[in-house]
Design a protein around this ligand. Structure first.
Ligand code: CS2
Ligand code: MG
Length: 402
């Protein structure tokens, strides 16, 4: 069997998605997600101009060799664009291998470790009371784990709280909009939110919260300590993680579980965090961390240090990524949780899939490969639209972390 085509498909059913379709001389194909939110076209070019020509004529079953060829062979290693492109190829090849073997992807990885994949949903509210109500709605929908983000009194807009009451944060605008941030207003408010949520819903639900890299290590330690009475499932991305050693300070001061890693793209980005057990959950994903082949290596290193997986699953990751992630989650021994922000109906129509949500869990399907397809005719109806994530400033105008 030989690869005859590697086609890049860009579509925007509400937001931009980039998909790689690897086609073989025997007519079967595999799909990989290649979406890098706000920087989509750089991965399109990387794949079309630099990767696709090298794939033609290769045996698609040589997943490991092709991975090493693209990683080592490029000379320029790592980085989100490179690793998203490699991930797209890798995911498409695992999908193809499943179709060749007539087995669902989780079977190729070693079989089922669990019946279903625990997911967390996003409850966002403009203020305290609407956030509490929204968490209640998620409880009614069956979610066992819920991330709560609320508007902060005194701040006009807050990350994670959608302006249009959509259940997900859409890509923003044709040019980046600007948000404003105050650490003191935030630190004053967040512990009250989780105190009220525990009062309202008791000890059972798992609560999560995303700080989106806004704090310093000392502030993160303070927040972690203040949240300890409310027994968080996790506190996510408290600080930017380029400086992995910075987590030592947070870790020394709080027992609130820490999650990090949605922006990481290789094992090198989390080596110290994992080896020193400075976090509890690693959020690397199939699409941004080099595909199944590389994510498996990260998960194995994490497992040695009692760290579990908690893959990123926002709506800027396409259903193709979600399908592959659910097979990974079904297999990976040190699974923790999977993020699940529902896609819109338009997106689900472009990407027909066999995974399903039931009572707080997602279940991957049993069809060969990762079980997600693309309707290319429908995809064509939604051309690419430039869209950026917002940026963030302190109240005095200083650029801050998004
Ligand atoms: C967030 C994301 O899901 C999350 O935890 O941090 O919404 C993130 O902002 C986007 O995926 C960025 O592309
Ligand atoms: Mg996050």
């Amino acid at each position: 069997m030989k690869i005859t085509e590697a086609r890049v498909i860009v579509t925007c059913p509400g937001r931009n998605f980039v998909t790689l379709k690897i086609v073989t001389d025997e007519g079967i194909y595999g799909l990989g997600d290649a979406t890098l939110n706000g920087r989509e076209l750089s991965v399109v070019s990387y794949l079309q101009d630099h990767v696709a020509p090298c794939l033609i004529g290769r045996d698609p079953q040589q997943i490991e060799d092709i991975w090493q060829y693209l990683y080592r062979g490029a000379y320029w290693r790592r980085g989100p664009v490179t690793m998203t492109a490699i991930a797209a190829v890798d995911t498409a090849l695992w999908d193809l291998k499943g179709k060749i073997a007539n087995l669902p992807l989780y079977q190729l990885l070693g079989g089922r470790s669990r019946t279903g994949v625990l997911v967390y949903g996003h409850a966002n509210g403009a203020d305290l009371s609407s956030t509490i109500d929204e968490v209640g709605r998620y409880r009614e929908m069956g979610y066992k784990a819920i991330r709560a983000q609320s508007g902060i009194p005194g701040l006009d807009s807050t990350y994670g709280v959608s302006k249009d009451r959509m259940f997900y944060e859409p890509a923003d605008n044709d040019l980046p909009t600007e948000n404003f941030w105050s650490t003191s207003k935030y630190l004053d408010f967040v512990p009250k939110l989780f105190e009220k949520l525990r009062d309202a819903y008791g000890p059972e639900p798992h609560f999560l919260h995303d700080v989106h890299h806004r704090l310093t290590p000392l502030e993160a330690a303070q927040l972690g300590k203040m949240l300890e009475p409310y027994r968080m499932f996790w506190l996510e991305d408290t600080v930017p993680a380029e400086n992995q050693e910075g987590f030592r300070l947070i870790r020394q001061h709080t027992t609130t579980p820490l999650a990090v890693g949605e922006v990481f793209n290789t094992i090198w980005d989390c080596k110290t965090l994992l080896q020193e057990q400075l976090v509890d959950y690693i959020r690397t994903t199939v699409v941004h961390a080099g595909g199944i082949t590389h994510l498996r290596r990260i998960a194995d290193l994490a497992g040695l240090h009692h760290i579990r997986t908690g893959s990123h699953g926002a709506t800027d990751l396409s259903p193709v990524c979600m399908g592959a992630a659910l097979h990974f989650d079904t297999w990976v021994p040190n699974f923790g949780i999977q993020e699940y922000m529902r896609h819109t109906e338009e997106t689900d129509e472009v990407f027909p899939h066999d995974y399903r949500f039931e009572d707080g869990f997602l279940y991957c399907g049993e069809s060969p490969g990762h079980g997600v397809d693309i309707d290319e005719t429908l995809a064509e109806k939604y051309p690419y639209q430039r869209a950026f994530l917002p940026v963030n400033r302190l109240e005095d105008g200083t650029m801050w972390n998004w």
